[in-house]
Design a protein around this ligand. Structure first.
Ligand code: SF4
Length: 326
C-alpha cells in the first residue's frame, strides 16, 4: 500500500498566559492512499490539533511544534513554502469542520463560493467549465444546481453541510479531513451526510480521516480506526480487529462500555471512571494510568511502547508487551 501521509512522533504544545497545554505527545499515524480512517477519542484528546497540524493551520504565536514531523506524499509539511502550502490546502487536502458556517461566507452565494475554490486551485480553467463543475458538484451532493444562486442563510443545517462538502470536493483533493462533520446535525441527516461522503470518497478515490467521538460512526463508515488518548494514538487497527473486542487498550475497552446498548436500560451506562487527562502537566508514563483499573506502579513511571497484537493491529499498553504480532 502506498503511503499518503505520515505523522511521526509529533509534539505540539499551546503556550498560554496561564499554562502550557501539551496537546500532542509523540503522536504517530500513517495513512495509505484511498484509506478511510476513523480517529476516535474524547474531547481534548488532540484530534483537532492533529488535523490543524496536517494543514499547518495551528494558531501562530500560541501553538508550538516541539518535535516530530509530518510527511505528505513524501514532502515535509513543516518545510513547505507559502506557495506550496496554498496548493496543499484545498487542492491536495480539504477540511470539513463541525460547524458549516466556519467555512461559508454569509454574504456570497453558494455557487460563487464553490466557483472561488476552482478559481484558486485551477486558475487556467475557463469560466464555462467552472460553471459546469459547480452545477455538477451541487447535483452530486443532492442540491439542485439553480440553488447555487442562493445565500447560505437560505439553506438548512444539513443542506449547508452539503454545500461545505461540495466546496471541499470540487477541486478533487487527495485527502479529506472531516472533523466531527455531522455532530451539529440531527441523527437522520447525520446518516445521509455520512453516506454521501462515503459515496463521493469512492467516486473520487479520496483518502479520508474522519474525526469523531462516536464509535458507531466509525463502525459504519471506516475501514480502519485509530484511538487517541492524551495526545497520542494508543490503538490502531482495522475496524474488524478493534471491534472484535478480543484485544483492546483498556481505554478503548472503556469506550466500548460507554456505548448505549439498546437492549438494556440506558441508566446502566458505564461511565469511564476518573477525569480526562489534565494536559497541563508534562506527560510521564502511560497517559491513561490515572483512570486505568489495571494500572501498576510501572504504568505511572514508564511510558508504554507500541505492541503489535495481530497483523496491523497495535496497542500502546504494557499489558501486551509479550505479544508477537507485526
Ligand atoms: Fe493501563 Fe498500564 Fe496499560 Fe496504561 S499501560 S493502559 S495504565 S495497564
Amino acid at each position: 500500500m502506498e503511503k499518503l501521509l505520515e505523522i511521526k512522533n509529533l509534539k505540539v504544545q499551546y503556550n498560554t498566559d496561564e499554562a502550557v497545554v501539551y496537546a500532542l505527545n509523540d503522536f504517530s499515524l500513517d495513512l495509505n492512499k484511498g484509506e478511510i480512517l476513523g480517529v476516535v477519542g474524547e474531547t481534548g484528546a488532540g484530534k483537532t490539533t492533529m488535523a490543524l497540524s496536517i494543514m499547518k493551520l495551528l494558531p501562530e504565536h500560541v501553538a508550538e511544534v516541539t518535535g516530530g514531523n509530518i510527511t505528505y506524499n513524501g514532502q515535509d509539511v513543516f518545510k513547505m513554502s507559502k506557495k506550496e502550502l496554498r496548493a496543499l490546502r484545498g487542492a491536495e487536502i480539504s477540511m470539513i469542520f463541525q460547524d458549516p458556517m466556519t467555512s461559508l461566507n454569509p454574504v456570497m452565494t453558494v455557487g460563487d463560493q464553490i466557483n472561488e475554490v476552482l478559481k484558486i486551485h485551477h486558475p487556467d480553467m475557463s469560466k464555462q467549465t467552472r460553471a459546469e463543475k459547480v452545477a455538477e458538484i451541487l447535483t452530486l451532493v443532492g442540491i439542485p444546481p439553480e440553488r447555487g444562486a442562493q445565500f447560505p442563510h437560505q439553506f438548512s443545517g444539513g443542506m449547508k453541510q452539503r454545500v461545505v462538502i461540495a466546496m471541499a470536493l470540487v477541486a478533487e483533493p487527495n485527502l479529506l479531513l472531516a472533523d466531527e462533520p455531522t455532530t451539529a446535525l440531527d441523527v437522520t441527516i447525520q446518516a445521509q451526510i455520512l453516506m454521501l461522503m462515503k459515496e463521493l470518497q469512492k467516486k473520487f478515490g479520496t483518502s479520508m480521516i474522519l474525526i469523531t467521538h462516536d464509535l458507531g460512526i466509525v463502525a459504519e463508515f471506516c475501514e480502519n480506526v485509530a484511538v487517541v488518548y492524551g495526545g497520542e494514538v494508543i490503538e490502531r487497527g482495522s475496524v474488524e480487529q478493534v471491534f472484535a473486542r478480543t484485544k483492546n487498550h483498556p481505554y478503548t475497552d472503556s469506550l466500548f462500555k460507554c456505548i448505549p446498548d439498546l437492549t438494556t436500560d440506558a441508566t446502566r451506562l458505564t461511565p469511564i471512571p476518573g477525569f480526562v487527562l489534565d494536559s497541563r502537566t508534562a506527560p510521564v508514563g502511560c497517559p491513561f494510568a490515572e483512570r486505568c483499573q489495571k494500572a501498576t506502579e510501572r504504568c505511572v513511571q514508564v511510558k508504554p511502547s507500541i505492541h503489535y497484537v495481530e497483523d496491523g493491529h497495535y496497542i500502546k499498553c504494557h499489558l501486551y508487551e509479550n505479544e508477537v504480532g507485526k
